[in-house]
Design a protein around this ligand. Structure first.
Ligand code: FES
Length: 154
C-alpha cells in the first residue's frame, strides 16, 4: 500500500465517521434546543452554525485532511486543513447536480459524473463549470466556527 492510498483511506473513513455522527445531530437537534454534541470535536450551535475543535478530529491532524461537518446553513459542509493553522470550508454539493463530493487523492470527487475540484473548490475536471461554494469560517480560540452568523431583524 502506498502512502497516498493509506492517506486516502484514512481521510475517507474519518469523513464517513463524522458524517454519520453529523446525521445523528439532526435527530438529536430536533428534540433539544441546546447544542448537541456530534462527536468530541464537532457540535452544533443554537444559531445553526457548527463549532469544530480540530485538535479532536483525526482527519484534521494533518495538512490535506478533511472532515464532513454535516449541515450548516442548509448545506452539507466539508472542512479541509490547507496549512498548519489554516482551514477552508466548502459546500460539498456538486455544482453540476445534487451529488455530494468526497475528498479523495487530494481532490474533491463527484462520483455521479466524475468531475473533480481542487482543495479550494475550483473545477479541475468537468462536467461541472462552477466551483464549489465557500462557506464562512472563523477562528474562535481553539475552535473553528463554520457558517454565516444569522442576522437578527429588529
Ligand atoms: S452531479 Fe457531480 S458531476 Fe454530475
Amino acid at each position: 500500500m502506498t502512502e497516498q492510498s493509506s492517506f486516502s483511506r484514512r481521510a475517507f473513513f474519518t469523513t464517513a465517521a463524522v458524517a454519520i455522527g453529523a446525521t445523528a445531530i439532526g435527530i438529536a437537534g430536533s428534540s433539544s434546543a441546546s447544542a448537541a454534541s456530534v462527536s468530541d470535536g464537532v457540535s452544533s450551535l443554537k444559531d445553526g452554525r457548527v463549532r469544530v475543535d480540530p485538535s479532536k478530529i483525526a482527519g484534521l491532524q494533518f495538512v490535506g485532511g478533511s472532515v464532513n461537518v454535516g449541515k450548516v446553513d442548509g448545506k452539507i459542509v466539508g472542512l479541509i486543513r490547507t496549512k498548519a493553522s489554516k482551514y477552508r470550508a466548502l459546500s460539498l454539493r456538486c455544482t453540476h447536480g445534487n451529488s455530494i463530493v468526497s475528498w479523495q487523492d487530494n481532490v474533491w470527487v463527484c462520483r455521479e459524473h466524475g468531475c473533480t475540484y481542487s482543495a479550494s473548490g475550483k473545477v479541475r475536471q468537468g462536467p461541472a463549470k462552477k466551483k464549489l461554494k465557500s462557506v464562512k469560517i472563523k477562528t474562535s480560540g481553539k475552535f473553528l466556527v463554520v457558517g454565516k452568523k444569522p442576522t437578527t431583524i429588529a
